[in-house]
Design a protein around this ligand. Structure first.
Ligand SMILES: NC(=O)c1ccc[n+]([C@@H]2O[C@H](COP(=O)([O-])OP(=O)(O)OC[C@H]3O[C@@H](n4cnc5c(N)ncnc54)[C@H](O)[C@@H]3O)[C@@H](O)[C@H]2O)c1
Length: 355
């Protein structure tokens, strides 16, 4: 088992991240939480345990169930199981289950204890760490939520064996993003040298990749736990491009795939505005190509109005201006407004990094 990672968040709270190697190690650690526990699964994550625990709720899988109704089911099951404030809710699943369990835990009796066991790569490297809980409301993604960090996050790459390839590659998009947000090149070099083993989901290699990737995210959230200083916004690298793509594509593109594309577009815009050295943009593109992402994709010209209106509605749109995250160097993100003509060129053409 790898060393734990402790992440300090707002108000003196911290999250301890453990890396149990096997499902057995994971189960052993989980049994240590005792019996005053409510487990929250979805219909897929429940299959990772051979036996269901005494108190559990199993929700349908998918973003379309990330709703208040599901949170109500969790709270109701907690009451039936007679959970107290010192009891524990365990969110065992992908980002949808972890976000909803965190929200339910933050509300139940004004806050009970929370443990997260992320079972998708995206949730391991992103959603499980940083304390954001949420549900979608009236069609608006993550509109209702709280900051409520888990006390423990248990990350076991053995959970990834059953994950669909598209979900795995979606998570890899966020890992690659972290490689460029890291002030050193350790994760980048690792992703290049261990490419085959990573795609094979070799457990030992994955453990190291997860630790490196999470350390990058931890560095940003520790400096700006509640996203008030603009530092944590750097984690949105590629996301403004990605969210707009997801919108015009009616969410037919998986989030991490859209992020991968968005990273390439952000690098292109960085070169075009003199922020990013072309050699860095080349590294972004070649790493994305190495992992097989379609970064040559274009938005059809006729969709530009839709795309650009989705960009202006992005949640990072502060007082009427959209600020994109661009890269000055490895680990040196900057927030910049971009001329709409540059964004247009970036997404409508498949020009190379030199423009
Ligand atoms: N809180 C945050 O900071 C944060 C950050 C990023 C994303 N998110 C949220 O995360 C959500 C996306 O997370 P996701 O990509 O994990 O989606 P998800 O939770 O919908 O999981 C994707 C699919 O994989 C299935 N699954 C989960 N684990 C599995 C396993 N081990 N084997 C087989 N199938 C498995 C799920 O049932 C689901 O069908 C979004 O709602 C997003 O808003 C939150």
């Amino acid at each position: 088992m790898l060393n734990n990672l402790r992440v300090t968040l707002a108000n003196g709270k911290s999250t301890e991240v453990f890396f149990p190697d096997t499902v057995r190690d994971l189960s052993e650690r989980l049994s240590g939480y005792g019996r005053r526990v409510l487990w929250v699964f979805d219909t897929n994550s429940r299959n990772l345990l051979s036996q269901l625990p005494e108190h559990c709720v199993i929700l349908p899988s998918g973003e379309k169930y990330k709703l208040w109704d599901s949170v109500e089911k969790i709270i109701s099951a907690a009451l039936d199981a007679r959970l107290g404030r010192d009891s524990i809710m365990i969110g065992f699943g992908g980002g949808v289950i972890c976000d909803m369990t965190a929200l339910a835990a933050s509300l139940y009796m004004r806050g009970c204890r929370l443990v997260l066991v992320p079972t998708t790569l995206l949730c391991m490297v992103d959603a499980s760490l940083g304390g954001k809980s949420a549900i979608d409301f009236r069609g608006v993604k993550n509109l209702v939520g709280t900051f409520y960090p888990a006390m423990d996050v248990l990350i076991s790459p053995s959970c990834l064996r059953t994950l669909a390839e598209a979900e795995y590659m979606s998570g890899m998009g966020e890992v690659i993003k972290h490689a460029f947000l890291s002030p050193d090149m350790d994760l980048y070099d690792f992703l290049v040298s261990e490419h085959d083993a990573i795609l094979r989901r070799d457990r030992t290699v994955l453990c190291e990749m997860l630790r490196l990737s999470l350390s990058v995210k931890a560095g940003y959230i520790e400096r700006d736990p509640e996203e008030k200083k603009g530092i944590r916004q750097a984690l949105n690298l590629g996301h403004t491009f990605a969210h707009a793509l997801e919108t015009v594509d009616n969410f037919g593109t998986k989030h991490g795939m859209a992020v991968a594309w968005g990273l390439s577009r952000a690098a292109w815009c960085g070169v075009r505005t003199g922020v990013t050295d072309p050699s860095l943009a080349e590294k972004v593109d070649s790493l994305l190509r190495l992992y097989g992402y379609d970064i040559d994709r274009r938005i059809e010209r006729g969709r530009w109005i839709d795309y650009s209106s989705a960009v202006s509605k992005d949640k990072k749109n502060i007082s009427g201006t959209v600020r994109f995250v661009l890269l000055e160097d490895f680990g040196r993100p900057v927030l910049r407004e971009l001329d709409s003509q540059i964004v247009r060129e970036a997404v409508l053409t498949s020009a190379g990094v030199q423009g």
